[in-house]
Unconditional design. Structure first.
Length: 522
């Protein structure tokens, strides 16, 4: 955790360069290069020119590296207080450069690094309210995860003497907390879930160790039979499903096996984790004879058999299966949700009231978020989500997150006019809300209300001038209205940010052919 994020100029390099490390590499007709020049790290994306034309290039200084380097690193670019992900990442396990997980080559350096993304990798940030990826200076209040994220504020601790018995009530010791509160300290980052919804009236960084996590975040997971095996990337979900956890009566938790302050080296790892297993299994250990165990694992490693590593959906990485299976077997294929079945459950369902309207609100927001990038899935869950969001908006008309979620859910189920009404209501309360501006612009365009859409895109550009798609979509609407000069300005700005934007390039050429604007493409 102490190496979770830092300035690229200050971090100990783990990366390698040159052809053996796939520097450069090519994906989908693009060439990606990394250059280290003293304290500077430069990421570069190049597309060969057509028919002998000059290649199109975009390069950025990378300002921050995310990750200790044990498995890899991703990188952040800062533009006027806004953070964007680089499309290039380092994968330590294979010693190569490749596309950042989930990226497509055409995304270039335009993916916003939002606060939810940063929450588990940095000590603290202060997001600008309602912006997607803008932060108040200094950008990071401490780069890597610090002591207070697990032990709580340290001001009283610094000024208080330690008791004679070594205890200190001014600082949180997770090992002395009751099981649910102990686990919450780790779950704030290691409980991934399908959706993490900030509770109404809370902010993302409000949680403090020693308090129940579910009062600050509602985390929703997918039932195991819908995933086809271990919950992907979710160590907390996997452990909760393990027989070891369920039979421990709360004794087993993350820190039963992991010391947050140190990681056992390769020579000590097997013995370290065997010792942890024998804390519970000394009297009734492995059912296999020692000779048979060593046939399977020459080092007689418990975790090699019971927590095997498997490829994760994140390229070039593997993770241990925290279900602690007795006998590894191929996962069962996932089954589709049954008619009327809600595909999410609250991870802390034993701690919340099942009919609490605030939890129902969070479920509605979570269902909408899960389906946001999958219209088919959103249409499937909309009958569950919409009544929950309707109730939330009636109860609290100022709940912009619930109203926005209802707006884009209405849009995807074929009610764009109702969706736009929701976005207008959100913007009536917070005119600078970046996500609502983009939804409103798209909805107004779909409804043929181009004048309103132009206004929304102009506002989105004012909120975030570093996102090229806002400018290219504004340019398209301006050309439709014959404002060639205005469209040219936006096309030029979009291409400075993203020179690979073919739509903006084509529109620019068209603008330059118009009388009074230009005579030929430059």
């Amino acid at each position: 955790m102490g190496r979770s994020l830092g300035p690229t100029a200050d971090l100990q390099p783990v990366e390698q360069y040159g052809t053996r490390a796939r520097d450069p590499f090519e994906v989908d007709g693009f060439r990606f290069e990394v250059e280290r020049n003293g304290s500077r790290m430069i990421h570069r994306q190049i597309r060969p020119g057509a028919d002998g034309a000059a290649p199109v290039r975009l390069e950025c200084d990378v300002h921050f590296a995310v990750g200790s380097g044990a498995r890899g690193r991703t990188y952040l670019v800062e533009r006027d207080g806004r953070l964007f992900q680089s499309p290039i990442s380092w994968f330590s396990s294979k010693g190569i450069w490749d596309l950042t997980p989930g990226f497509r080559a055409l995304e270039q350096f335009g993916r916003p690094a939002d606060a939810k993304c940063l929450f588990c990798h940095c000590n603290a940030v202060e997001p600008v309210a309602h912006a997607l990826n803008q932060y108040r200076p200094p950008l990071f209040r401490g780069h890597a995860i610090g002591c207070e994220r697990c032990h709580g504020p340290g001001e009283l601790h610094v000024g208080s003497p330690t008791r004679g018995d070594g205890s200190d009530e001014t600082i949180v010791n997770p090992g002395r907390l009751e099981p649910a509160l102990r686990d919450a300290v780790c779950e704030q980052c290691h409980l991934q879930g399908e959706a993490r919804v900030v509770r109404r009236g809370r902010e993302l960084f409000d949680y403090r160790p020693g308090l129940p996590l579910h009062l600050f975040l509602s985390v929703f997971t997918k039932p195991g039979e819908l995933t086809g095996g271990a919950a992907v990337g979710g160590h907390a979900e996997q452990m909760r499903d393990s027989r070891c956890f369920q039979a421990s009566g709360g004794r087993l938790g993350c820190i039963s096996c992991h010391d947050p302050h140190s990681v056992p080296g390769p020579q000590k790892k097997i013995a370290h984790y065997r010792d942890r297993c024998l804390q519970c299994h000394a009297d009734r250990g492995c059912s296999l004879a020692p000779a048979e165990r060593r046939q399977r694992s020459p080092a007689d490693s418990c975790i090699d058999c019971h927590m095997p590593r498997a490829e994760s959906p994140i390229a070039h990485t593997a993770a241990a299966d925290h279900r602690i299976v007795r006998r590894p077997s191929p996962p069962a294929p996932p089954r589709p949700p049954r008619p009327g079945e809600i595909p999410l459950r609250h991870f802390h369902d034993e701690l919340v009231e099942p009919h609490d309207p605030e939890v129902s609100r969070d479920l509605g927001v979570a269902l909408a978020e899960v389906g946001l990038n999958n219209p088919q899935a959103l249409r499937a869950v909309a009958p569950h989500a919409l009544p929950l969001l309707d109730a939330a908006v009636v109860a609290h008309s100022d709940d912009v997150a619930a109203r926005e979620a209802r707006g884009y859910t209405r849009w995807f189920v074929g009610r764009p006019a109702d969706g736009l009404m929701d976005m207008e209501a959100v913007l009536g309360q917070v005119p600078e809300r970046e996500s609502a501006l983009t939804y409103a612009a798209a909805l107004a365009t779909a409804l043929g209300r181009d004048g309103e859409a132009i206004g929304y895109w102009r506002s989105a550009v004012a909120v975030n001038p570093w996102t090229s798609i806002y400018r290219s979509r504004l340019a398209k609407l301006l050309t439709d209205r014959g404002d060639w000069a205005g469209a040219l300005v936006e096309c030029e700005a979009a291409l400075r940010i993203n020179p690979f934007d073919n739509d903006a390039r084509a529109l620019r050429s068209r603008c330059l052919r118009e009388p009074g604007v230009g005579t030929s493409p430059r």
